[in-house]
Design a protein around this ligand. Sequence first.
Ligand code: CTP
Length: 405
Amino acid sequence: MTSPRNVVIGVTGGIAAYKACHLVRDFKEAGDSVRVVPTENALQFVGAATFEALSGNPVDTGVFTRVDSVQHVRIGQEADLIIVAPATADIIARIAAGRADDLLTSTILVATCPVVLAPAMHTEMWVNPATQANVATLRQRGMTVLEPADGRLTGKDSGPGRMLEPGQIAELARTVAEVGAIGRGLEGKRVLISAGGTQENIDPVRFIGNRSSGRQGFALAEIAAQRGAEVTVVAGDINELYTPAGAEIVRVRSTRELEEEMNARAAGADIIVMAAAVSDFRPRTEAPSKMKKGADTEALARIELVENPDVLHGLVDKRRAGETDAVIVGFAAETDNPLEYGKEKLARKGADMLMVNSVAGGAVFGQARNSGWLVGSDGTVTEIADGPKQVVAAQIWDAIEDFER
Ligand code: CTP
């Protein structure tokens, strides 16, 4: 479901409560109606006035205010999406136990819409078997409990349990609103993704490269990490605000660097996705100092190019040689006859699947949305409906998970 929606933002008693203000603003600016339902403890961190002003709606914590409107059931019944951010260990336990002892837990117990929890707690609490069992219970019931980030916690501590940034939570929650739940279908899988564009130096200030924001690759990494995979992204030039939480990022610049890093990790991967826009050619020589107009005009006008290795093809060759048994997925950006060229490219590259985009008229590059077809070596063609790149990523992972089985 897309905006405008009835969004309930539950806020519980953790220091990350202040970040919930940004989340409220994010949904309000998208045109959604937002109702903030904090716990009593949340109001120790952020005052009700702040949430009322940001949401434009009243804020209550208990079930005995505005009783005439029966809001302890009404808010949950009318919600299209519920997000709890931050979600403490305590609220996770109370939801798992089916408690309804305040307005937030009552709302969640009544609701049938998608529910997204963004945990925030100290590492000891997050890894505690009690919390992990509660999280597993909630996931089994179809709720999305996001994997927290590994980073700075309250005080001097650092580790897993840091709440994701509000922008990341908002994007993931919007994805959940469209697909129902993020899912956990990649638990235990090792996923290797290339993203962004590679750049080939002409001299210390000039380069040739391929256009790519890296957004689709990062969205694939983000969704894979949330589905439980161990994710490594080999990233070229990237133009994205957030790095995907829970993924290891290896930075590269040129195609040959990208090839080296991908090859080094291929043996340990279960699934490889080549989403990078790889520069097919590089200058035969790289000038050690800046080439100057005048003295070097002739040379600049006639830069000689040599072909770069085809990384995807090389990975397929490695599999043929028994060096990896990963499922290998490529991308193809085409301006003309996308489906026809895509099928032909899949056969030529020998990959298992190819996500074919039409990039005619500047579509896709740097945009938040994408669409296309996922063609499989088994002859399947899955149409990927136009949607935000994370929703597209979820559809791509669904198809890869099916292919794997
Ligand atoms: N790719 C690669 N190495 C290259 C070129 C492309 O690994 N040197 C990968 C891309 O990451 C992508 C797929 O191959 O997954 C298809 O990329 P694309 O640029 O569409 O294909 P090309 O082989 O370059 O074909 P063409 O430019 O002729 O369309």
